[in-house]
Design a protein around this ligand. Structure first.
Ligand SMILES: Cc1cc2nc3c(=O)[nH]c(=O)nc-3n(C[C@H](O)[C@H](O)[C@H](O)COP(=O)(O)O)c2cc1C
Length: 183
């Protein structure tokens, strides 16, 4: 896929097929994240790809239990089964973490995530930024699952990538309204 095509056709995918992502494709997406720029060329990020269904469920429960009443009610209201899945039941969730020593962790992780989204599209996969773990890595229940998944000590999650085969058609990209100034 041409870079141009990926740039202008990427969309957030919020419905995933019950289908595994091939190891080769997952590695490609992770490598794309690792090749993103980082401040001072720190490269201190850690990418944790969770594919284990039990672990994903545990993480979803931990996110839900730490959410306030209003958020829980709003989120449950969106679900027919009464239990919303924060990761849209994607078969893979990549937690993008960074070290306590990183100079610009938020920006470094955002760059990695965007690279992953574009690589996912190139690999025929759908993806979506999942923000529910951001700023919550130290919550007891969430931290326990992240530790079990291998997050290094002191690291924090700055964003996650839900990854999988899209279920149904993904809508075409809409025109964007960011102001552009050329002098
Ligand atoms: C920092 C950030 C946080 C986001 N968090 C979420 C999220 O938690 N859940 C979600 O479904 N989408 C999330 N998104 C995706 C945006 O909603 C999405 O990019 C936006 O609606 C534009 O749609 P598009 O990605 O299809 O162009 C997030 C995007 C960014 C950049």
């Amino acid at each position: 896929m041409e870079v141009k095509e990926a740039l202008f056709s990427r969309r957030s995918v919020r419905k995933y097929a019950d289908r595994e992502v091939e190891r080769e494709k997952l590695e490609y997406v992770l490598k794309a994240g690792a090749y993103a720029p980082s401040a001072l060329n720190n490269q201190s990020r850690q990418f944790i790809a969770i594919t284990d269904k039990n672990l994903l469920d545990k993480l979803n429960d931990a996110v839900e239990s730490g959410s306030d009443e209003a958020t829980r009610a709003r989120i449950k209201g969106r679900s027919e089964s009464g239990k919303f899945n924060f990761f849209y039941n994607a078969p893979v969730l990549i937690a993008v973490c960074d070290s306590p020593e990183a100079y610009r962790p938020q920006e470094d992780c955002a760059c990695a995530l965007e690279n992953m989204f574009l690589a996912a599209l190139d690999a025929g996969l759908g993806s979506c930024w999942i923000n529910q773990l951001t700023g919550r890595s130290d919550e007891k229940a969430i931290n326990a699952v992240l530790k079990e998944a291998g997050m290094e000590k002191g690291y924090k999650v700055y964003g996650c990538c839900a990854l999988g085969y899209a279920e149904g058609k993904t809508l075409l990209s809409r025109p964007k309204t960011n102001e552009i100034v050329i002098l």
